[in-house]
Design a protein around this ligand. Structure first.
Ligand code: SAH
Ligand code: F3S
Length: 450
């Protein structure tokens, strides 16, 4: 059997795309291998969101070149966002690459790889193709958590972002296909799914008849065996009260929301073309907290967007303090080819971006630490994922609010179970706890529902 090695960069959607590719090639009898040496086909699934992500891929390609020299039959392919955006540069900087295709062309991967192996000339496919559903890996182990892309592409026009160029138009997968895929995963032991889309809360408006994420969640909530449902990324612009209602009402939908703010300054939000103001965002947070008091929140922020002043930056910091995020992903603005912001005047110097990034992370760290301390003394439901990486006698798992908890499993194999854990200590990146009795668990669950 020919061997396939896949290297994945970037977001969860890329991880999922890599699985789909492995699944599709599995049907063509490719076997996944963990190491690039000995592979017949190596695919790099790439990210273009920031310049640094692209540089990593070029340096990886540099080292793969040796393998290609040693084995001229090896097929090296670049797929994903960079393939779509940087095809010319890939051909110029890495002419030994045999195959370049974007994520919209994934459906054709079997054919593309076969042709690249047969024809021995570089192939390029950045066109669109039919949507591909979940294609489970051929060597599926029992797995607890899975990503499921429910929506491809993005049609928003945030002025800093390449995703609309790299991932194409907004296309939702039909609810029936999504539900069947998740039911199949659940049947094989999957307990948690994360529904993915660049603006996942715009799900369904392109379908006939149109539907929405709240309706989809209602049906996912009914799937037997499934314990938890997450979804990401939500855009504040599309956050409806129906969706907030679904988070409140549906027991499997967790009390956690990732809601990118990008900037706390109205001036910058307008330049970013995000479609909401600081006040509107804060109002959404108030509605969420009112409906789901326990909700944990995380966000994405960009520092050093063109024209960002010290005052604009302070406005962002103040939202972080006010909202009290569990987790903040801070990015230095990176100029992306072809985007409106790349051509804007008043680009912010790197040292200023670095300084603001550092200050922002400091505040975010302080805020998150306070959130963690609030959890000490509570009993939380933990989905056990296995042994802790640091000490194999410890079990590790996650809470519904997505915190890592390590605890002593008291000799039991709890893999895949949801157990009550009393939180005893808050560490910088995780919580420590102790197994709590059934009684405590029932009380905690009742309190969480109330
Ligand atoms: N669909 C998501 C964003 C996907 S990109 C949304 O609606 O927000 C993930 C994150 O990368 C973004 O939230 C943004 O914070 C960051 N990002 C995107 N383009 C960027 C750029 N040019 N420079 C720095 N960060 C960027
Ligand atoms: Fe990018 Fe904005 Fe879409 S951040 S992915 S253009 S919602």
């Amino acid at each position: 059997m020919p061997k396939l090695h896949v290297i994945t960069y970037g977001c969860q959607m890329n991880e999922y795309d890599s699985e789909r590719v492995a699944g599709l090639l599995g049907r063509a009898r490719y076997e996944l291998t963990e190491s690039p040496e000995g592979a017949d086909v190596i695919l790099l699934n790439t990210c273009s969101i920031r310049e640094r992500a692209e540089e990593k891929v070029f340096s990886q390609l540099g080292s793969l070149r040796r393998l290609k020299r040693a084995n001229p039959d090896l097929v090296i392919g670049v797929m994903g966002c960079m393939a779509q955006l940087q095809q010319g540069r890939i051909q110029a900087r890495a002419p030994f690459v045999d195959l370049v295709f974007g994520s919209p062309a994934i459906a054709r991967v079997g054919d593309l790889v076969a042709r690249a192996r047969a024809e021995r000339r570089p192939l390029l496919d950045t066109g669109e193709g039919p949507l591909v559903g979940i294609a489970p890996r051929p060597d599926e182990r029992r797995r607890l958590k899975a990503f499921v892309t429910v929506m491809e592409g993005c049609e928003k026009h945030c002025t800093f972002c390449v995703v609309p160029t790299t991932r194409g138009r907004e296309r939702s997968h039909a609810p029936g296909a999504v539900l069947a895929g998740i039911a199949e995963l659940a049947g094989r032991g999957c307990r948690e799914v994360t529904l993915l889309g660049q603006t996942v809360n715009a799900y369904g408006r392109d379908l006939t008849p149109p539907t929405d994420l709240a309706a989809l969640l209602e049906r996912v909530n009914e799937i037997d065996g499934l314990e938890r449902v997450r979804f990401t990324t939500s855009n504040p612009y599309n956050l409806t009260s129906r969706l907030i209602g679904a988070i409140r009402e549906l027991p499997k939908v967790v009390e956690y929301l990732h809601l990118p703010l990008q900037s706390g300054s109205d001036r910058i939000l307008a330049r970013m073309n995000r479609g909401y103001t600081r006040a509107r965002y804060l109002d959404l947070i108030a509605q969420l907290r009112e409906a789901v008091p326990e909700i944990a929140l995380s966000t994405d922020l960009i520092v050093g967007f063109p024209g960002e002043t010290e005052e604009d930056f302070e406005a962002t910091v103040s939202v972080v303090e006010r909202v009290g995020y569990d987790n903040v992903f801070a990015f230095r603005y990176s100029r992306r080819p072809g985007t409106p912001a790349a051509a804007m005047p008043e680009q912010v110097p790197d040292e200023i971006k670095a300084g603001r990034n550092r200050r922002l992370l400091e505040v975010a760290g302080r805020v998150a630490a306070a959130k963690s301390r609030d959890l000490v003394g509570r009993v939380l439901a933990v989905l056990v994922e296995g042994a802790s990486r640091k000490s194999p006698l410890e079990a590790t798992g996650r809470t519904r609010c997505n915190r890592v908890v390590n605890f002593d499993p008291e000799g039991q194999d709890l893999f895949g179970e949801v157990v009550p854990v009393l939180i005893t200590q808050a560490l910088p990146h995780s919580l420590r706890g102790a197994l709590a009795g059934r009684e405590a668990a029932l009380q905690a669950a009742a309190a969480q529902r109330a």
